[in-house]
Design a protein around this ligand. Structure first.
Ligand code: GDP
Ligand code: MG
Length: 176
């Protein structure tokens, strides 16, 4: 089995955009969890000759056309955060490396703080902080604010443009 790299983080930070950039047309394996619909996507990829399996947590809520705000186990808004936290907990249990993705345009949110607390307290495997949507020079400078999450250096990336993703992948395979 290849090492597992899980991408965690609140909805809309760009987890699926990064995953799709890495997995592309290759068919991803979908795993359903009880009570949820298709909430984890697995795809094999490699970087600098290191193979690993990337996991997109957070489900297909956008892909299904259902707005993020309406997804949940019982349809209540609180379910979204429960889902994010349970995916982060699952990543802590099974992943070899966790990529915690945040949104450089939005800055730190309460949800980011909550996920960061869990990762700081419970993760025994490396956690790499990726600040996505750092699409330009000024946004790349702004990502220093994410140091305050207490998870080390944020790597700025733009999953849409592809900038910084090589640096993030270098960090991922070094941590494997
Ligand atoms: P997820 O919910 O974390 O999986 O987020 P998605 O990958 O679905 O992305 C949420 C939104 O952010 C989409 O509209 C993406 O096009 C957008 N997005 C993702 N990555 C970037 C990026 O690097 N820059 C910008 N400007 N937008 C991005
Ligand atoms: Mg997604």
């Amino acid at each position: 089995m290849k090492p597992l790299v899980a991408i965690v983080g609140r909805p809309n930070v760009g987890k699926s955009t990064f995953f799709n950039r890495m997995i592309g047309e290759r068919v991803a394996i979908v795993e359903d969890m009880p009570g949820t619909t298709r909430d984890r996507l697995y795809g094999d990829t490699d970087w600098n000759g290191r193979e690993f399996t990337l996991i997109d947590t957070g489900g297909l809520e956008l892909g299904t056309g259902i707005p993020v705000g309406q997804v949940g186990l019982t349809g209540q808004p609180g379910d979204i955060m429960d889902h994010v936290m349970s995916q982060a907990q699952l990543a802590i249990e099974e992943a070899d490396v966790i990529v915690f993705m945040v949104d450089a345009r939005a800055g730190i949110t309460a949800a980011d703080d909550e996920v960061a607390d869990l990762l700081r307290r419970r993760a025994t495997k490396p956690v790499i902080l990726a600040a996505n949507k750092a699409d330009n020079a000024s946004r790349r400078l702004d990502v220093v604010e994410f140091y305050s999450l207490g998870l080390g250096e944020p790597t700025d990336i733009s999953s849409i443009q592809g900038t910084g993703t090589g640096d993030l992948l270098d960090r991922i395979v070094e941590a494997l």
